[in-house]
Design a protein around this ligand. Structure first.
Ligand SMILES: [Mn+2]
Length: 341
């Protein structure tokens, strides 16, 4: 429940009003704007009577929040959240609130040469952040499982060489001890509802890139974000990466309508992964453009210097040259949307 107070509400009166409400068993979050204070009631508000609140002289408006998420809710936090990620080169990358985050790199870290070469190439083309998997959640236990800690160290070398902040997936909480220098922790689609993991990551103070589960609803994605935020971590980036539908023509079905839907429901940045959504390299530029046109705050795209020889997801990886061409077009799209890259 959200209570918007009248513009002239005095501070002391507001405090007294709030503590009276707290006695009814709810916690109160204050949001003090330039001219108006908004109270967010967290907890069981079923016993609080809307009519009697409206009778109070301080109260302008009462909104019953239907959504089960509060911290991720735009009603509760109208301004867009912007995630700031400083690079080792001293440049701070922004994602959200008018800034497009462009994350690019291979599916998996395979060798020093590979990751450093791709990192340099995507940086030159204009990527803001480097992606690369070290711990890989593969459908088959016999598929390449990623280089693990060695891969992470190579990713850190690429970070040092290019200055690009890095994004990589964490699959189990014990891996957190080797994630000190990782800039954004990715929670993959398969772990979106691993609530134990989400609770633990809620306690950490690094930005989290939360991917939508293969068959998760928009509300479920927002509830997963709420788990992270309930622990105090408010730096969450949501990622639409395709959902499972009846059509097997593409790897998944990119739910472009999730972008405006999420942007309306939440203040958190929303990015799109066109690579896993389609599974087909030649579709990636079209879907990247569509994502930005639909209001996404960025993309995370797989780029490999030799897709044919990639150990993972080569068929959906674009080359650095193709990525460079795409960036040229996305800059124009960003301009049309009034956003900066
Ligand atoms: Mn991949």
């Amino acid at each position: 429940m959200i209570i918007a107070l009248k513009q002239d509400a005095g501070r002391d009166e507001v405090r007294n009003f709030a503590s009276a409400l707290e006695k009814q068993g709810v916690k109160i979050h204050f949001s003090e704007g330039a001219s108006q204070t908004v109270l967010g009631l967290v907890g069981d508000t079923t016993l609080i009577d809307e009519e009697s609140l409206l009778a109070h002289h301080l109260v302008e408006k009462v909104i019953r929040v239907q959504e089960p998420y509060k911290r991720a809710n735009r009603k509760f936090h109208p301004a867009d959240t912007r995630i700031d990620v400083p690079g080792a080169d001293g440049v701070v990358r922004h994602i959200g609130s008018g800034y497009l985050g462009i994350i690019a790199g291979p599916c998996s870290v395979e060798s020093r040469e590979q990751i450093v070469e791709v990192a340099g190439a995507v940086k030159a083309a204009g990527a803001g952040l480097l992606r690369g998997g070290a711990f890989k959640p593969r459908t088959s236990p016999y598929s390449f499982q990623g280089m693990g800690c060695d891969g992470l160290n190579l990713l850190l070398e690429a970070k040092k060489e290019t200055g690009l902040p890095i994004v990589t997936e964490l699959m189990a909480i014990h891996q957190l001890e080797v994630f000190d220098e990782v800039d954004i922790i990715q929670v993959g689609a398969r772990n979106m509802q691993n609530f134990t993991l989400l609770k633990e990551l809620g306690r950490c103070r690094k930005p989290i890139l939360l991917k939508r589960g293969l068959a998760s609803t928009i509300t479920e994605l927002l509830m997963a974000a709420e788990y992270l935020m309930a622990g105090g971590n408010d730096q969450i980036i949501l990622c639409e990466r395709g959902i499972r539908t009846f059509d097997s023509h593409t790897r998944n079905t990119l739910d472009l309508s999730a972008i405006p839907a999420l942007k309306r429901q939440t203040h958190l940045p929303v990015i799109v992964d066109p690579s896993h959504a389609t599974g087909i390299a030649w579709m990636v530029p079209a879907m990247s453009k569509a994502a930005i046109a639909a209001g996404a705050d960025g993309i995370i795209v797989e780029v490999h210097n030799n897709p044919e020889a990639a150990l993972c997801d080569g068929e959906q990886s674009i080359t650095p040259e193709e990525f460079g061409g795409l960036m040229g077009i996305l800059r124009k799209y960003a301009e049309l949307e009034g956003k900066k890259i």
